[in-house]
Structure formats: C-alpha cells, structure tokens
Design a protein around this ligand. Structure first.
Ligand SMILES: [Zn+2]
Length: 442
C-alpha cells in the first residue's frame, strides 16, 4: 500500500518537529521528534535537523499521536456530491485525524467483501488511514446477517448498521454470538424505531413549542439497556455510538460492576448544543440522535470527565446543500464534525489536554483495533520505532469557523461564526507532513 511518502528509494525523507511538548499515553515531556521514512527515530530535547530534513515548528504546541475518529461518514460510494474519500480524509487531516473509521451506510452499503475492498482501494494514498466498519446485516435492513467472517478476514474490526439500530433483539443476540467467535465489536446506533419513528428532534418542551414530532430519550435508552443485557448474556462486545441522554450514560456507568464488556462514544454536538438550537427551524441543527436538553448535555460532559465514556467521535455527516436546506422535518439528519471536534473539546471541556487526546486518539484506536498492540499504527506512544502518525496542536490559538473554508464538499456545520480555542498546526501521516501551519499540503 502506498504511504503517500514523497521520498524516493534512495533519499530518506526526514522531518524534525521542534520545540513541542510530547503528550501520549505514557505522559508528557518537552522533546523534539525526528522522523525518518515514516517512523519516529529519536525523541529528545535539542535535536539537530540534518541537511535536507523538513523542519516543523512545534514551539508552544503539544505533539500527540494522530487523532482517530470512530465515526465518519465519507459518503463514497453513492453520495459523492456530499463527500468523497479524498475530501473527507483532507478534512480529517486538517482536524488532526490520521485515521477514520468509515461508516457503512453508503450506496451500496459496505456489507460485502467487494464493497469493502472498493473503499480500501479508494483510500490508497489518502491523507488519513481509512478503516472500514462493515454492516451487521445485509443491506443494513436488519433481517439477516452480513458475511461478517469474510469482512473480518479483510481486516474489518467494527460492525454496525449505523443510521439505524438493529431492531430485532434476537438478531442482535445472534450477531453478538457470531462476533464473539470472530473477535470483532458491534457498534450500535441506539434507536428503537417503534418509539422514535417519525420524530425529527428531541421530544420535550421545545418539540411541543415548535410543533415538530419528537423522539423520546427512551428510544435510545431501551436499546442501550437491551444491548447491555445481550452483551452480558453472550460475552459479545458492544460499542455504543453517539450516546446522548443522561439515562443512557447511567446505564453504561453501571455496566463495569456488572462485568459487561461495553464501550461508548459521544459526539461533540452532544456536549456543546441543546434542543433549543432548533428554535429557528434551521435544519443545520437536525441530527440523529437529536440534540437534547441542557441536563443531558451536562451528563455527557460529566461522563467524559469521570471516564464512563471511552471516546469522542465526530459522527461527521456531510449533506449537500440542496438536500440539507429543506424544511426541518424533511431535511436529512447530520452535521460536519472532523475539523471542529478537537477545538470544541479544548474549548468546552474542563479536562487536561492529556485526557482530551486520550478520548480522541489512543482510546478510540484501541476500540477500532488500530493501535500498535493489535498490529496497527495509530494512537501508540511516541517512541523510537513507532509509526509517525502525529498531530501538533496549538492550544492557545483562536480561530473562527467559516463553513466556506472547510475541506468537506458540504457546508452543514452548526458552528458557523463560532470562535474556538485550540487549532491543529501540523498533521503527520505515515511520516508525511500532510498539514503544515493549518494548511493541507495536497
Ligand atoms: Zn448513528
């Protein structure tokens, strides 16, 4: 596979990241980082750049393992007007991500070896590694299991029908039994259709006031409770996607004491925006699961602080303007996320950078099976020999979100005009500086 490394076979390509503070799972220390041919070779203070090496200024910045997004909708194949693998991975790189997990609700869906191979081929040489989440059921229809063994053999480690939850408890139990044998994880989009069907926002005071059909919190929570029970019964690993309610968080918080192997992610919009944002009927605030009241937002933040939740995942969901700019009840749910996730976490969460990067890098890398302990190259400590997938973050930089300046083909960010603290200065992917001074290099 191509690494995108511009080096020739005879000239080793060398980078020096100078003057930063290295932050990884082992702690933090002042150090320069020297990279040769895609690998970290030296981590120490006062390194010299040999002639020909490219020097990147990391002064005043933290140098971390590249971020890993567990939940990206790349839209290719089928919705290339909204996003492609190329535009989505450029947005990822600008957001500090060196790997993304591509969701399978494309057209056709990623429920066969052929469709998975196609995405891997599209992602060759991309600005971020693309891992693929396979569908749990054929056509994501929730009726019969996809050929999970065949997809696992291609390296698929996470399976989900995201966009929909697996409605049948019996089928989900069978999928978990099967997944256990294959050593893979099932990601669940928790939404009970019999409760949520027809809803376009959170069911509560705002939906009544706006006259919009609502989705109650229970639509999410009954499926979380159900899948905890099924995980306990089968030993199968469930990863809860984009949890959004205080009740869901409480269920997950109790699960370790019950010996249940579940993990969970939350999306930045669920710790930064409330259902009141829909007051002007602007479809940019329509998302699934929906924005919730302040009490739920506070619960999501508390879960990030106390470790109940394992990862921040973007749920980057681009939609072309002609589709998204429909009346609220007709517009598709989803918002952009890759270029704002890190800054929103830095700006809105009362957490040290070590914890923020844990939630955005090595913890999701572990869940996705992309970390070095499972044979991958993402999220590992920055030590000699490690793959050079790195992110350099200026924690003090302030910037204002301009939808027209984003790399995505779509413009549906709910943060237009918002000023955030914390900016990705450089991103290094397999030893190549793909983002330098907050600019994409290709
Ligand atoms: Zn989802």
């Amino acid at each position: 596979m191509r690494t995108g490394n511009p080096a020739t076979a005879t000239t080793p390509f060398e980078l020096l990241l100078r003057g930063g503070t290295v932050v990884d799972a082992t702690g933090s220390r002042r150090a320069d980082v020297r990279v040769v041919d895609g690998r970290v070779v030296e981590v120490a203070e006062g390194l010299d750049a040999p002639a020909g090496a490219k020097e990147l200024d990391a002064g005043g910045c933290v140098v971390t393992p590249g971020l890993v997004d567990l939940h990206t909708h790349l839209r290719e194949p089928g919705r290339e007007e909204a996003e492609t693998v190329e535009s989505g991975t450029r947005a990822a790189a600008l957001g500090g991500f060196t790997a993304v997990v591509a969701m399978p609700n494309t057209d056709p869906p990623l429920d066969s070896a052929e469709s998975v191979r196609n995405v891997f081929a599209l992602a060759e040489g991309a600005m971020a590694q693309v891992a693929v989440a396979g569908a749990i059921t054929v056509d994501r229809a929730g009726e019969r299991l996809a050929p999970m063994a065949e997809l696992a053999a291609l390296g698929v480690r996470l399976f989900t029908d995201d966009g929909d939850g697996v409605q049948s408890a019996g089928l989900m139990r069978r999928a978990l039994q099967y997944a256990t044998g294959l050593g893979v994880i099932l990601g669940q989009h928790c939404e009970d259709r019999s409760l949520a069907g027809g809803g376009t926002m959170h069911e509560g005071a705002w939906s009544s006031r706006l006259g919009l059909p609502g989705m109650p919190s229970e639509a999410e929570e009954v499926m979380v409770a159900r899948d905890i029970a099924l995980s306990r019964a089968t030993g199968g690993r469930v990863h809860f996607l984009h949890l959004s309610t205080a009740g869901s968080i409480d269920l997950v918080r109790r699960s370790p004491g019950e010996g249940v192997p579940v993990t969970a992610e939350v999306a930045p919009h669920h710790f930064t925006l409330t259902d009141g944002c829909a007051a002007g009927y602007d479809p940019v605030f329509k998302v699934n699961p929906p924005l919730r009241p302040q009490g739920d937002v506070d619960a999501v933040k508390a879960a990030l602080v106390d470790g109940t939740v394992d990862a921040i995942a973007t749920d980057h969901a681009p939609h072309a303007p002609e589709l998204k700019d429909l009346p609220f009840d007709q517009a598709p749910p989803g918002m952009l996320g890759l270029q704002t996730a890190l800054a929103l976490a830095v700006t809105e969460l009362d957490l040290p950078i070590e914890r923020i990067v844990a939630l955005l890098s090595w913890q999701p890398a572990l869940i996705a099976g992309l970390d070095p302990t499972t044979g991958g190259s993402q999220g590992g400590p920055i030590t000699p020999g490690a793959a050079a997938n790195l992110c350099v973050i200026d924690l003090a930089a302030r910037w204002t979100v301009d939808p027209t300046a984003l790399a995505s083909r779509s413009r549906n960010t709910p943060y237009a005009g918002r000023t955030l603290t914390g900016q990705v200065r450089h991103t290094v992917r397999a030893g190549e500086a793909v983002v330098v001074d907050a600019e994409a290099q290709r």
